[in-house]
Design a binder for this molecule. Structure first.
Ligand SMILES: NC(=O)c1ccc[n+]([C@@H]2O[C@H](COP(=O)([O-])OP(=O)(O)OC[C@H]3O[C@@H](n4cnc5c(N)ncnc54)[C@H](OP(=O)(O)O)[C@@H]3O)[C@@H](O)[C@H]2O)c1
Length: 251
């Protein structure tokens, strides 16, 4: 993470993890744009970040699926922050119940439009700008669900898996330009997305711990980071199970 431009944009800012991350950036002296669909609520979040840190923090409307508006959105970010931001963190995501999505393709379409198409639309536009400048960081919250397709979550998982592959290629492209691309694979986090799920405590990160881990991964210039380290090993084991055996498992 280059310190020359201490400004950042956080997309999907109503997520409690995005909020914790915003506080980490602000505490380190970053001016921020917090973007998402519910600008009224994000306005309150931005005011809270500003009061705690005294750093400029502005709410801005953003819809990942409105790809026709993404260039305008980036121009607005530049106007607010006084130039091309130092970095972007993509925290938005959509995960309906897999069983509901299996019966209704509009939900599947929304998963792909939000998690994959929306992310690629923003990343491509930011990549071109950062490549021309020769600096910047892009961090994206994907998912361990993208590491291997499972019957209980493959519609959401495949959108994140495609995003993982996209980010590998983008990192490869932007390395020579000095632009950092960080793939964050959170594992379980205690947020609205997992509300009501019976998650194992030891494998579930609090929003604050996740915010800290994500900020450190960006700061250290990591290529890929799991929020809780155990997930790297869990996924190594899950990925190593042969397909003939995996297909018989109820995962
Ligand atoms: N929680 C977990 O265990 C877990 C695990 C792996 C990965 N993740 C990923 O972590 C990230 C943060 O999620 P979370 O757990 O904090 O869940 P969350 O509270 O549901 O946050 C997701 C955010 O994405 C925003 N969003 C959805 N569709 C959008 C769109 N079209 N345009 C703009 N914003 C949109 C939502 O905005 P609204 O507030 O307007 O609905 C929401 O604030 C996501 O990428 C998620 O896939 C989470």
């Amino acid at each position: 993470m280059g310190d020359s431009v201490k400004t950042a944009v956080i997309l999907g800012a109503r997520s409690v993890v995005a909020q914790a991350l915003a506080r980490e950036f602000a505490a380190e002296g970053y001016a921020l744009v917090l973007a998402g669909r519910d600008t009224e609520e994000i306005g309150r979040i931005a005011a809270d970040v500003h009061i705690r840190s005294q750093q400029p923090c502005t709410a801005l409307a953003f819809d990942a699926t409105d790809v026709g508006n993404h260039d305008t959105f980036l121009a607005q970010c530049e106007e607010i922050l006084g130039g091309l931001p130092g970095g972007f963190v993509l925290c938005f995501g959509y995960m309906p119940e897999q069983k509901d999505a299996e019966k209704d393709f509009t939900l599947v379409q929304r998963i792909i439009d939000t998690n994959y198409t929306g992310s690629v639309s923003i990343c491509e536009r930011v990549a071109a700008r950062f490549e021309a400048r020769g600096s910047g960081f892009i961090a994206v919250l994907t998912s361990v669900a993208g590491d291997r397709g499972r019957q209980k979550n493959y519609l959401y998982g495949s959108s994140k898996g495609a995003l993982n592959v996209y980010l590998q290629g983008l990192r490869n492209r932007l390395h020579a330009a000095g632009v950092q691309v960080t793939t964050i694979k959170p594992g379980f986090m205690d947020t609205a997305m997992t509300y009501g799920m019976d998650l194992p405590k030891a494998l579930t990160a609090s929003p604050e711990a996740a915010g800290r881990a994500i900020f450190q991964a960006i700061k250290k210039g990591r290529d890929e980071a799991y929020v809780l380290f155990m997930w790297r090993y869990i996924m190594m084991i899950i990925k190593a199970i042969p397909e003939w055996q995996f297909k018989k498992m109820d995962l």
